[in-house]
Structure formats: structure tokens, C-alpha cells
Design a protein around this ligand. Sequence first.
Ligand SMILES: [Cu+2]
Length: 291
Amino acid sequence: MLVLKRLIAFVATNLAAGLMIVGGGGLALAQVTGPGTGQPHPWQLGLQAAASPVMADVIWFHDFLLYIITAITLFVLALLVIVMVKFNAKSNPVPSRTTHNTMIEVVWTVVPVLILVAIAVPSFRLLFTQLKVPPADVTIKATGKQWFWSYQYPDAKFEFDSLMLQAKDLKPGQPRLLAVDNEMVVPVNKVVHVLTAASDVIHSFAVPAFGIKIDAIPGRINETWFKAERVGTYYGQCSQLCGKDHAFMPIAVRVVTEQDYAAWLDGAKKRFALENVPNPNMIAAAGETTK
Ligand SMILES: [Cu+2]
């Protein structure tokens, strides 16, 4: 009974969201269905609401493709129905012997090319935005380990581990399987340059609300960036199968105001200081030359 109820609810939500898309109210699917809390929610449909300009572009591109694919599907369906109704053996007993039609052949070559160009332009623009890191305000190195993340703030010279909270340790409001003991903290509206690496196997650093997902590979450093536009906590997960606890190494990013960030940074420097701990993984701080 519950399954049936949920199924009906699911179909109804789908239909409503679908109608909104077809209606073209300019509403992104994610905003229609997501509460914008930086985490997935039960019966979620579509992408998580955007908290960074890149994710806003990703959602726009997703919706844009949905319009195109819907139009193409409906067009092909209409053609199939016409063929089935008008040209079946009963209603069209003597088939035409036409084999070529230059006009139609030009059209069915040129139109798909134009559609692909229309898709390629925003697609490449989005790729370039994602790949070109703007001048960074904060640099953080995220290291994937079996099975947790370590965050290093090279400019402030500290590093800490971030482990998933067990169900019994959750405080009210903290999501199960996503909340961690030490969140990665970043200031709002600042460009955060994320460097990723791994110490054992390949992991992947992904936070859907920021539109970032990048492999963390042992022995090399990958980079990506995000600019969080809203204060809050945003969750992601390791997105590369990395062993038995792959599902239990969540990413939690707490976006705070600049003042709160400065205060946190002061405290964190004392708590996680590396000064006396020789750390071979420490990367050269910005502005410092590597010896
Ligand atoms: Cu992993």
C-alpha cells in the first residue's frame, strides 16, 4: 500500500515538474523540487539547487538540453505515428517508389548540425568556466584517504582530517551519512581553489551544489574551483569507487561569512597547527618558493 502511495506521489510530482518544464515558466527543475539545503532529500527529482555560478550554469544547460531532447522526441514520435497511420498496408496499398529527395536530405543533414552547434556553444563555454580557475582567495588541498578526507590550508599552514559522524553522534539537523566531525570551512562569495590528491587509491571530490567533481589521484594534483554564493552547509560524497567504505567518506563544506571565516581560521590554526609536525605532504604555501 505504501509503495503504491509513493508510486502515485512520484508520478504526480514527475507530471507536475514535467508540465512546469513544458510550460516554460523559466523555472529550473532543481529549484522546483530541491529545498536548497545543500544535500539530497527523499524523493528528490532533478539536481540539487545551485549554490555557485558554475552550478547555476550546469542547471541551465541541463534544462536547455531537456527542452531540445523533448522537442526531438515528440517530433520523432509524431513522424512514427504519421507513418503508422497513413502508410500502413491497409490505408496505403500501393507504396510510392520515391527513393531520393534532395531537399529533405539537405534539411535532415543541416538541421541536426545546427542543433549540435547550438548545444556545443554553451557546452564549451561551461567547460571553460569550470576549467579556468579565477584568481583564488582561498586555496585548499583535499586529500582522499581510505576512508576519509584531509583538508589542508597551505596558506595558513594547517591540515586536519574529516571523518563521517556515526549515527549515535549526530546532533539534531545533521544528516546521517553526510555530516562529519571537522567540516571544510570556506568564506562566502570568495573563489576557493581546490587541489585534490589521494594517499592510497583514486577517490573523487564532488559537491553537487557547487557543480564540482574531480578525481583525487595518488601522486598527482588535480584542481578545480568554486564560489559559494550562500552561507550554509553543503554536502558531497566521494564519487570514485575506492574500497569498502567508499560510501562513508562524505564531504561537508561549511560556507560562512568573512568574519566567521577569520575567526574560524584563527582557532583552526591553533588546533591543527603543523609547525612542529614534519609533514612530507605539505605543499608549498602560496608565495613561498619550493626548495
Ligand atoms: Cu573515496
